[in-house]
Ligand binder design. Structure first.
Ligand code: PDD
Length: 281
């Protein structure tokens, strides 16, 4: 029987319930992470848990665990569920309390929940690329926090799905920010361009890996804002995340990106990413 982690207990999936007045459920008042498992190794676990702690701090949520304790809890869940290749979702909410927008006083225990999923890497899509569509970024102004409030992201992804695209690339006015659940890169004349890390985007862990791979390979990695027009004229486009890794975009708004094939810089970054997985396990 698959187990779910609920506040330090591993419970059977069908018994894994949350209280009706949990603030994550009522207000989206919480944070989360999604971490990948490759060959029994929890990939970039430290970076993900550090980001979880940062998100908690930014919303004034007190979490009683440090990175090592979180790693241990998640490791136990993963081994119980026999996850060799897959992922683990972890969320923390401000806890259950009578509905009131302000934080509960006295404060209540945060609720932590985690579940696992077993699946393989998206090999076919990584080789062939995906379609993306552009849409206005309607989200709040603290996209650096990995918060449970994902309605803007959900609507963007649904818009993409409706038009047979796998990702929506968001822009605030003219400036490209990030995907509905990914970071975005435009490649032009052998250089990578991506939105700088600030409140408009999530500081992706995959982005950090791509940056390090690009630096190792001597590919310029420009953390600068760029326009929708620049994106539309890019030679190559990539979207990245824990689940889709270094994913080529071969069609944008129905038009070919470059020559419509996966480009050479993208392939080189994918190769470097694979090596990074192998050398960080
Ligand atoms: N999402 N930007 C947004 C809005 C995201 O939701 C994500 C990841 C990223 C990439 O972050 P990372 O490389 O650390 O996964 C960027 C995860 C996969 C999710 O919501 O499941």
């Amino acid at each position: 029987m698959t187990k779910v982690l609920i506040n330090e207990k591993l419970v059977d999936e069908q018994d894994a319930n949350v209280p009706y007045n949990d603030r994550g459920y009522v207000f989206g008042d919480g944070i989360y992470e999604y971490i990948r498992v490759y060959d029994n190794n929890v990939f970039t676990a430290k970076e993900h848990f550090e980001r979880l702690l940062r998100s908690a701090k930014e919303i004034g949520l007190e979490l009683k665990y440090n990175v090592d304790e979180l790693t241990e809890l998640i490791q136990e869940l993963l081994s119980t569920n026999n996850i060799v290749n897959g992922g683990v979702y972890i969320q923390v909410t401000r806890g259950a309390a009578p509905r009131d927008h302000a934080f509960p006083t006295p404060s209540v225990e945060a609720n932590i929940m985690a579940f696992t999923k077993s699946y393989d890497r998206p090999y076919k899509l990584l080789e062939e690329g995906i379609n993306a569509i552009t849409t206005e970024d309607i989200r709040w102004l603290r996209c650096d926090i990995k918060s449970l409030n994902l309605l803007g992201n959900v609507l963007a992804k649904e818009y993409a799905t409706k038009y047979n695209a796998q990702e929506a690339i968001q822009h605030r006015g003219d400036i490209v920010t990030e995907g509905s659940s990914s970071n975005v890169y435009a490649i032009k004349n052998g250089e990578i361009y991506t939105h700088p890390v600030n409140n408009y985007i999530l500081n992706g862990i995959t982005r950090m890996v791509i940056k390090s791979v690009a630096e190792d390979k001597g590919i310029p990695f420009n953390e600068e804002v760029f326009t929708l027009d620049f994106l539309k004229n890019a030679d190559e486009i990539i979207v990245s995340s824990t689940s889709i890794e270094v994913m080529p975009v071969v069609k944008l708004d129905g038009e070919n990106v470059g020559d419509g094939e996966v480009g050479s810089i993208t392939k080189s970054l994918q190769e470097g990413f694979n090596r990074y997985i192998d050398t960080h396990s």
